[in-house]
Ligand binder design. Structure first.
Ligand code: 5AD
Ligand code: FES
Length: 376
């Protein structure tokens, strides 16, 4: 077996066996890493051109009933300063976001029972009434089928639910009150209901080995999500994993590049966590096949409080500053910022037609489903 042949095989067929993927991760030299990045960049260019999509992230609650051992807003962390945004505050974020050119909002929070289905439906409907052409992405963790369905019917378009790790052993050691099967079932339910879904995982978790990362790749290939958020694990001082080592930029960009080769049309964010461990982390993520960034739209008064890991960037910056900063960074890295909803190319023709019809029926419509049709 030769690493370069495996990279070529991935590039040409989007497939490789478990053994080949493991061999690649175990034996990737500097030179082959460069080749891998080159190939993944080429695939991103072929599918999405030079364009990077932006999403505005609204972190609306840091209350959480889960106790994930890595996460700074876990239930047991009594040092976390808890907050919830009001409906009005969330709508204000949406207003600012729209003015700054964000056509997608990501509503992210801990698993907070205060935000019942009724409350979420109200928020989604209010945003959609005002901004019918902007996409709403939810990231609220595990909920029932019925709940996902109600929110979808209220107008939510997408849902991010990282699987965190596809290794059951690792998953169970990190999540004292959450079941691996349920997490996976939630992803399948979301897909069935009609959401564009985002899975994802952390790189460099304590006790995670290359075989575990291969499981993540195989799992993603099988699930075929529209998006995949991956970032390095970063220890948080008030969690049981405070003294563990974090994930590296090198390993994270390797995983990004492999995902781009295996799922060429996927939406792949260069995450805030990656930008937090290296001043040019996000840029390096984009060069490794990434094509999405998610700057923060939350009010600065709560930024510090949404502390999932230590050293998170952008906690003191106004939304407008992040917006300007990200554009500069994208341009400096040689990419073009794309101001559209940024729907996934993983969507089937039928799904795309459905979205376009919905958009055409909206009043004041100027936005079509990106320029997907031009690209294809
Ligand atoms: N380091 C890196 N990423 C983290 N997340 C939570 N805690 C950490 C951490 N300590 C990630 C999880 C979650 C997402 C919102 O943030 O993957 O799904
Ligand atoms: Fe927030 Fe650069 S993206 S300051």
């Amino acid at each position: 077996m030769q690493v370069r042949n495996i990279i070529d095989k991935l590039y040409n067929t989007t497939n490789a066996s478990r053994e080949e993927l493991l061999f690649l991760l175990d034996n990737l030299s500097e030179e082959n890493k460069e080749y891998l990045i080159e190939k993944s960049h080429e695939v991103a260019l072929k599918n999405y051109g030079n364009n990077i999509y932006i999403r505005g992230l609204i972190e609306f609650t840091n209350h959480c009933i889960r106790d994930c051992r890595y996460c700074g807003i876990r239930k047991s962390n009594d040092k976390a300063d808890r907050y919830r945004l009001t409906v009005e505050e969330i709508l204000e974020c949406a207003d600012i976001g729209d003015r700054l050119g964000y056509k997608t909002y990501v509503l992210q929070g801990g698993e907070d029972p205060y935000f019942t289905d009724e409350k979420m439906v109200e928020i989604i409907k209010k945003i959609k009434e005002k901004y019918p052409n902007n996409a709403i992405t939810l990231s609220l963790g595990e909920r029932s089928y019925k709940s996902y369905e109600l929110m979808f019917n209220a107008g939510a378009d997408r849902y991010l639910l990282r699987h965190e790790t596809a290794s059951r052993r690792l998953y169970e050691s990190l999540h004292p009150n959450s079941k691996f099967e349920n997490r996976i079932q939630c992803l399948r339910n979301l897909k069935e209901i009609g959401y564009q879904i985002g899975a994802g995982f952390m790189v460099g978790l304590p006790n995670q080995n290359n075989s575990d990362l291969v499981e993540d790749l195989i799992f993603l290939k099988e699930l075929n999500p529209h998006m995949c958020g991956i970032g390095p694990f970063i220890p948080h001082k008030d969690t049981p994993l405070a003294n563990e080592e974090g994930g590296t930029l090198e390993k994270t960009t390797t995983m990004l590049a492999l995902i781009r080769l295996m799922l060429p049309k996927i939406l792949l964010p260069a995450t805030t966590a990656l930008g937090s461990i290296d001043p040019l982390g996000r840029e390096k993520g984009l060069k490794a096949g990434g094509n999405v960034v998610m700057p923060n739209l939350s009010p600065t008064s709560v930024r510090e409080k949404y502390s999932l890991y230590d050293g998170k960037i952008c906690t003191g910056d106004e939304a407008a500053e992040c917006r300007a900063c990200i554009e500069r960074r994208i341009n400096n890295a040689g990419f073009n910022l794309e101001i559209t909803r940024g729907d996934s190319l993983v969507l089937s023709d039928k799904e795309r037609e459905k979205i376009n019809n919905k958009l055409i029926n909206n009043k004041n419509n100027e936005i079509r489903l990106d320029n997907i049709f031009l690209i294809n």
